[in-house]
Design a protein around this ligand. Sequence first.
Ligand SMILES: C[S@@+](CC[C@H](N)C(=O)[O-])C[C@H]1O[C@@H](n2cnc3c(N)ncnc32)[C@H](O)[C@@H]1O
Length: 281
Amino acid sequence: MIEITIQEQKALFQLILDKTGIFYGKDKAYLIESKLQPLLKKHEFPSFSELYNKIISDKTRYFERELVEAVTNNETLFFRDTSPFNLLQHKIIPDLIDQKMKEPLTGKKKSIKIWSAGCSTGQEIYSIAIVLKELFLSPITFDISILGTDISNIALKSAQKGEYSELEVSRGVPEKILQKFFYKKNNLYCINDNVKEHVSFKQLNLLDPFFGLGSFDIVFCRNVAIYFTLQERKELFKKIAGIIKPGGYLIIGSSENITKLTSGFEAKRYLKTLCYRHHMS
Ligand SMILES: C[S@@+](CC[C@H](N)C(=O)[O-])C[C@H]1O[C@@H](n2cnc3c(N)ncnc32)[C@H](O)[C@@H]1O
């Protein structure tokens, strides 16, 4: 095993911060050493400095992408923490529908736009899509679109496939939902096409500007910004506030809090669950 020097740690931590927003403190040196070890081996780099130099000098950004894949944590599960999905089903979507039904008729379908920012391998976005399916919204009246974005291409490819192992579905998918919204292919559980038809995916680094994303009724940004520095968290939630429709909702992870980060939202507690509502204009 190749050891990382203090200088290499500093340089790589800064590089990871600049490229992903993920903050690795000094106490995480061992983690970086082990996460990047396979890259050194794969490319036969004799030291972490060689890897660093290659990343910063490679114009194709191939090594930068490899770094991103190595340092991101894609841990996720279906219906993670349960309560945000109950909130979505029993409060947020019903309220949103009431609000949309009060809007003047335009002859067009009423759109419901949701964004899963940092969607990892797709469990979150499919959990959202399944909740919407369970609400039987009329396809004649409503046009539902759910966008999943992530910095990791590998995670996105897997999300796009929507095929999960027995272990992955056993983490959060109730048997009834499994029967109803998945089909079995070989040893994998695959998401039904009628769920998939509402979702799309796109690679996006949340540190970059949100050009061309449009605006959303609901944004899920859970367990992504926990790895960011305070400054990056502030900037991220300010940008998110800029693309949520007035009265729309932001749902963050159960261990996260944005009250001191942005004034763009009002904290609300429904069904014992905290969420954030964008100010009505
Ligand atoms: C721990 S997973 C959370 C997945 C899901 N939201 C959930 O709560 O289960 C964090 C995801 O954020 C992504 N991520 C990390 N930094 C990012 C960035 N700067 N831009 C976009 N996605 C990022 C990672 O690739 C990873 O898939």
